[in-house]
Write a protein that binds this ligand. Structure first.
Ligand code: XIL
Length: 377
């Protein structure tokens, strides 16, 4: 009797373990722990920005992280004009093509970043000083890229960062030489050249009310012109103690009311001191390094790590609450080692903004985010 009870007990334990494994933390297909893309597959795509070495799959650990965790990828730099279009009629598609092939190989959605942006322009384009030449550049650039990758990539950030903080149009070379209608024109050209690709507007701080109002005006103008815009990307470069949760939620609602998909396209959370009072992600703003601004060269204190984790949990809980409106959440980088925040806005700092550490090892934060969909549903 005693013996048979023990056997029954052991069987019951075995059955419970296999049930737990197959239903909770381990996928049946591969027996590997679930990755983010699997855990969030009924909610939204989970993406990462990739640099050149990652597109080349140089480091096997990082390559594994990318294919296991992410259902979307964005090129961190290789589709920007300064790289892909270095001369009037010279295009360098090498890495962009490789990125598209990587997406195809692993069935990962590719978001093209970005067609029209005032930063990271090639030298020849920066020097253009008349409207006709700039219009030639603008049309040629959009047509060439949008048609080459039509249907091969899921989406384009057609225009990036066209707004000031007060919601007015940023005084870029495009505004100066082509006039305020250039944004509608960019979407019109992209729509024509890429009928099978979704078209997005992308910017930082557009969750803030004034800038959001400017974005809404701009989107309404595009729609009123009968031109297609499918979504809006809120970049999401935030500071650990200052994530504007209410503004983010209001923005998800406001943008989706316009019939648009809402994405968080460049998510990272800095833990380092900010040299300015305001939050910005303007790549052209720079400050000087000193010890005060670079306090965690050999690791961050537990107290900060805990706030960081809590911030990510609160953010993803908000995204999950709005999973009907939010279609993608992309991190701006795979791991802390790669993050642009080690060098911006101050060069040579040690930052910790992502879910994977400098060795691409998942942080506790990662496991909390991984489990969240199960806990919330
Ligand atoms: C950044 C890249 O991560 C850096 O490698 C590069 O030196 C500068 O640009 N907003 C954007 C991104 O839309 O393209 C920027 O990426 C970060 C801010």
């Amino acid at each position: 009797m005693k013996y048979s009870n023990t056997i029954q007990f052991k069987m019951a334990i075995a059955i419970s373990i296999s049930f737990l494994l197959s239903n909770c933390t381990v996928s049946k297909r591969t027996n590997e722990p679930l990755g983010l893309k699997e855990s969030y597959k009924n909610s939204f795509l989970i993406g990462a920005a990739l640099n050149g070495a990652q597109i080349d799959e140089t480091d096997p650990i990082v390559a594994k992280t990318i294919t296991h965790e992410f259902s979307a990828i964005t090129p961190e730099n290789v589709m920007k004009a300064e790289i892909i279009h270095p001369g009037w009629d010279i295009y360098n598609f090498n890495y962009a093509d490789k990125l598209v092939a990587l997406g195809k190989k692993y069935q990962i959605a590719v978001n093209g970043h970005t067609l029209i942006w005032h930063s990271q322009l090639p030298e020849f384009a920066k020097r253009i000083n008349n409207s006709d030449s700039l219009r030639y550049y603008f049309e040629n650039h959009i047509k060439t890229l949008a048609s080459r990758y039509d249907g091969k990539i899921a989406s384009w950030d057609v225009v990036n960062e066209a707004l000031n903080e007060d919601g007015s149009l940023r005084n870029t070379i495009f505004l100066q030489k082509l006039g305020p209608n250039y944004i509608v024109e960019a979407f019109r050209l992209a729509q024509k050249a890429a009928p099978n690709t979704e078209l997005y507007y992308n910017d930082f701080n557009i969750e803030n009310p004034q800038k959001r109002a400017g974005a809404i005006d701009m989107i309404k103008k595009i729609q009123a012109a009968g031109v297609r815009i499918d979504g809006v990307g809120i970049q999401g470069h935030w500071q650990v103690n200052k994530v504007p949760f209410n503004n983010i939620e209001e923005s998800i609602i406001a943008f989706s009311k316009l019939g648009l998909k809402v994405m968080f396209t460049e998510l990272d959370i800095t833990v380092l001191p900010n040299p300015w009072d305001s939050n910005t992600a303007d790549v052209n703003m720079k400050a000087e390094n000193n010890a005060y601004f670079n306090p965690y060269t050999s690791g961050i204190p537990d107290s900060i790590q805990q706030i960081f984790t809590k911030t990510y949990i609160d953010l993803f809980a908000l995204f999950l609450k709005h999973k009907k409106e939010v279609t993608r959440v992309t991190f701006w980088g795979v791991n802390d080692h790669q993050s642009w925040l080690n060098d911006w806005p101050i060069k040579g700092r040690t930052n910790y903004p992502l879910l994977f550490d400098r060795n691409s090892k998942p942080k506790d934060t990662y496991y909390n985010i991984l489990d969240l969909p199960k806990q919330i549903q």
